[in-house]
Design a protein around this ligand. Structure first.
Ligand code: HEM
Length: 532
């Protein structure tokens, strides 16, 4: 009787309506638990968005998706410009962020890693543990140590890959205009050129390998966004499910790359035994070399080596494609009478002629107009409002000496890149794409004066500063930026010298979901091979 009664009660409770209500309550409860565990932000700091309190917080979460960019711009004007930090809203399970003003950039970036951590900031925001399946510090160390010093060796291979991939993607028809999707065409070029540096020839020509490396990077962006909207208690369930796509893409790259990795391990083993064997200078070789130097035997399996490539594929491909597509859109939509494209053509073709068709480190470094056109695009067509994030990991937190505020363990600090880049006090007419802005500044300085010579150096696209933050700044600034500068200049040189590009009347704009950019993926370009 009692059993029958309780099953009746249970049946009346477990209606679909009740189940939905219970699920909603559980999600709300999980968010409340997350929020109660988040570090508190200093009360002395002003806030943007709807402010403090429960109602304001709920409104902040609701409007975070559409208003984040405006809130940060507002905070920059009201507080950062006066040397004050402010607190910015975030999605519900993520800590609020303290946006540090430009005047305190050096203080923030000079904090030791045991106080403000880059690694933990990336790990939290990208959900590394689910997405990559391995710690990203070993390959990051490899890039820091080997990439810049090997750039000269890499140049001929990169040049070859840039030319061949553009020929393949843009075609060689000199009679007809061709409409190209900018995003897809650049994915084809950049993934191939980047993988020349990462795994060399022939893997960088394997379309299936490249397709899956790109699919992996796509999955990291997409799944990072999805996981942001789930309370932490769901992560151990949602994480492994959504990242099935990451593992599927990695497995395919592994199956294709395995014979090449095994051969490289054998070749480098023979070199250790004194044999005269040549191996290419690429990331795969550097990873093996570093593992041997550190006595890290666990790093030397084909599985581990192929996984170690993933964080770098992710760091390199989309960032470069976003930057290159912005440069092309900015140039193609600029008033043709300004002559930007012709000036870049002239500068690059002359440099190539002088180098008998080959790029060198010096000839690329001397492309001031091209450098300025790329840097100006990075300034004005930013693809993330904030790119430098640090997590407080010191148990005692960190205290800002200028303003006196204290950020407890677990807090996040960031810099408003777009605020600084679009500040009219630093850049007159800041919203305007003035391709040769940095060349004009260069011309006002005297290279023989040591102080002005330093200022000239700071005008280059790879020299980071509190005013040029697209590669971040300080000791964790992007170690791939020297490679990118060479790659982008070669792409621009080859593209503009070999193709006519039709003027774009109205530049398509980026959209935003919270702090994440949604680039104009459908934007197209009309190009035709020039008769030379
Ligand atoms: C235009 C293209 C690129 C942009 C805008 C860019 C930007 C950035 C930014 C903003 C950071 C974060 C630094 C910080 O937290 O302070 C970063 C880190 C990093 N980037 Fe890039 N990146 C680009 C291309 C590349 C390429 C091609 C590679 C590899 C060859 C690369 C490798 C890395 C690595 C390994 C890190 C981690 C550095 C560390 O934690 O110490 N990036 N990048």
């Amino acid at each position: 009787m009692a059993v029958a009664l309780s099953s009746q009660v249970l049946e009346s409770l477990l209606t679909p309506g009740h189940l939905v209500l219970l699920s909603v309550l559980f999600v709300v409860f999980s968010f409340i638990v997350d929020i109660s565990r988040l570090p508190s932000c200093p009360d002395s700091l002003p806030r943007v968005g709807f402010g403090r309190g429960l109602v304001a917080s709920v409104k902040n979460w609701v409007y975070y998706v559409s208003r984040y960019n405006d809130w940060i711009a507002d905070g920059y004007e009201k507080y950062n410009k006066k040397g004050r930090a402010f607190v910015a809203p975030n999605s519900p399970s993520r800590p609020l962020e303290i946006v540090v003003p430009k005047s305190q950039t050096a203080w923030m970036l000079e904090q030791p890693d045991r106080v403000l951590s880059t690694k933990e900031a990336h790990r939290d925001s990208l959900f590394n543990d689910y997405q990559f399946g391995v710690d990203d510090q070993f390959p990051i160390r490899t890039i820091h140590k080997h990439l810049a010093r090997n750039i000269v060796n890499l140049l001929p291979g990169i040049q070859k890959e840039v030319h061949a991939s553009i020929d393949d993607v843009y075609g060689t028809d000199t009679e007809n205009w061709r409409t190209l999707n900018i995003w897809n065409s650049l994915i084809g070029i950049v993934s191939r050129v980047t993988n020349r540096m990462l795994v060399g020839d022939p893997l960088c020509h394997n379309e299936e390998f490249l397709k899956n490396q790109v699919a992996f990077a796509d999955a990291v962006v997409r799944n990072g966004l999805i996981m942001n909207f789930f309370p932490k208690v769901f992560h151990p369930i949602v994480g492994p499910i959504v990242t099935i796509t990451n593992r599927r893409a990695w497995r395919k790259t592994y199956e294709i790359g395995k014979p090449v990795i095994e051969q490289r391990l054998r070749d480098m083993g023979r070199i250790d035994s004194g044999a005269d064997v040549q191996v290419p200078e690429d990331m795969l070789t550097w990873l093996i070399r570093q593992a041997k130097a550190e006595g890290a035997a666990e790093e030397l399996s084909p599985v581990m080596l192929s996984k170690r490539l993933l964080p770098v594929e992710f760091a390199a491909i989309h960032t470069t494609v976003l930057t290159a597509s912005n440069v092309l859109l900015d140039l193609a939509s600029s008033d043709p009478s300004l002559g930007y494209i012709d000036a870049i053509r002239k500068e690059t073709s002359q440099a190539l002629r002088e180098g008998n068709g080959h790029w060198t480190k010096d000839s690329l470094a001397n492309l001031h107009l091209t450098d300025s056109a790329i840097k100006e695009s990075m300034r004005v067509s930013y693809f993330a409002r904030c790119l430098t994030h640090r997590k407080v990991i010191a148990p005692e937190g960190v205290t800002n000496p200028t303003e006196g505020w204290h950020a407890p363990e677990g807090s996040f600090l960031t810099l408003d890149l777009a605020g600084v880049h679009l500040d009219p006090e630093a850049f007159p007419e800041p919203e305007k794409y003035d391709a040769f802005r940095f060349v004009k500044l260069r011309e006002q300085l005297d290279p023989k004066n040591p102080e002005e010579a330093m200022k000239i150096k700071r005008l280059g696209m790879v020299t980071t500063s509190p005013e040029h933050l697209t590669f971040s700044h300080g000791r964790h600034a992007c170690p791939g930026r020297f490679f990118v500068a060479h790659e982008l200049k070669m792409i621009l040189a080859y593209l503009l010298n070999n193709y006519d590009i039709k003027h774009i009347e109205k530049r398509p704009q980026n959209d935003w979901v919270g702090a994440t950019v949604i680039p104009p993926m459908a934007a197209t370009l009309e190009a035709k091979r020039r008769k030379i």
